[in-house]
Ligand binder design. Structure first.
Ligand code: FO1
Length: 328
């Protein structure tokens, strides 16, 4: 099976570990157990330039999580990390000081900055970095163009737009967001290989990533949403019982006027895109017009649970794809 997964950071990366196990595509083992493949379309809207380095949080989180280098409990950054560079930068009075720049992580940003400066597109940089990490999936940036998520806030210092990372890390998404904008999206092109991967896919699976700033940002790149809508698409709800499992998707959803429920997120994504939607048992009564909703435990509490969720998503996609063929 060829599966395409538009993914953001922590939730998406964890789900992908389960999906990779289900499809037996873990490339770190020499023999390929199946001819299945996973192509991840990585969100680059969280990307930020700091200290002359281009930092790609969601691409790196997928790469480290699937490559075995992730700080597991944190969900982002490297294991066995230190922050000497961060401390030295602060000693020079460099701003910002709120970003957790790890020493090991900095090596990734230096490689990326050097390759970008040499004229390589982000997709080539990502391929080069994945050469080391071997994530067992193809990781494609959603676009090679610059698209950044900025948040319009008004905290008494007047209405202004701040970078998503400042809102997320410095303000813990506690500053009410009036608007969330994908700056540059309207001019962006899907990255190399993105549309082809979607066209060749047997199914698209939306992982439990942030539906606004992760999956939403990817769908904002012109051409991607339409290409996906032509395929069988199954999503996994990132909201359980009216709350995000992790992170602050609720702050993002309220910023765009969407209720923090499994059903409202599915409605927001749209029945023109979604064919199937997995919700947790807590949301079993959820009904979405034009979408096949199934309920099952959705907490990715351990690898086995995550694998079971991924298996359920694949099974629903196969069932619905066959249904589509029957309808012709
Ligand atoms: N998240 C935090 O809450 N605090 C941090 O200091 C932080 C640093 C950081 C550095 C590199 C990186 O790849 C991710 C980092 N994150 C941090 C997570 C990041 O802000 C979010 O994971 C995504 O941008 C949203 O999914």
């Amino acid at each position: 099976m060829r599966i395409v997964v538009p993914a953001g950071g922590i939730g998406g990366a964890r789900f992908l570990r389960g999906l990779r196990a289900v499809l037996g595509t873990d490339a770190s083992t020499e023999e390929r157990t199946t001819d299945s493949s996973i192509t991840v379309i990585g969100n680059t809207g969280d990307d930020i330039t700091l200290f002359g380095l281009r930092i790609c949080p969601d691409l790196d989180t997928v790469m480290y999580t699937l490559g075995g280098g992730i700080n597991e409990e944190q969900g982002w950054g490297r294991t066995d990390e230190s922050f000497t560079v961060k401390e030295e930068l602060a000693a020079y009075g460099m701003k910002p000081t709120w970003f957790g720049l790890g020493d090991r992580d900095t090596a990734t940003h230096i490689v990326r900055a050097q390759m970008l400066a040499a004229g390589y597109p982000l997709s080539a940089v990502t391929e080069a970095l994945c050469d080391r990490w071997r994530p067992g999936v193809r990781l494609l940036p959603m676009t090679d163009d610059q698209v950044e998520t900025h948040v319009v806030v008004d905290d008494g210092q007047g209405r202004r737009a701040i970078h998503f990372q400042e809102w997320w890390i410095r303000h813990r998404a506690a500053l009410p967001a009036e608007q969330i904008v994908s700056v540059g999206a309207e001019k962006a092109e899907p990255g190399p290989g993105v549309l082809a991967a979607i066209a060749e896919a047997d199914a698209v699976i939306l992982p439990p990533s942030n539906p606004v700033v992760s999956v939403g940002s990817i769908l904002n790149v012109p051409g991607i949403r339409e290409a996906m809508a032509a395929k069988t698409v199954v999503g996994v709800s990132p909201i359980i019982g009216g709350a995000p499992v992790r992170g602050m998707a609720d702050a993002c959803l309220s910023a765009i006027g969407v209720e923090t429920t499994a059903g409202a997120v599915a409605e927001h994504l749209g029945s023109d895109l979604l064919d199937g939607w997995l919700v947790d048992e807590a949301d079993a009564g959820t009904g979405v017009e034009g979408v096949e909703v199934r309920s099952r435990p959705l907490y990715m509490s351990d690898p086995a649970a995550t694998e079971a969720i991924a298996r359920a998503a694949v099974d629903l996609a196969v069932e619905l794809a066959e249904g589509r063929e029957d309808r012709g």
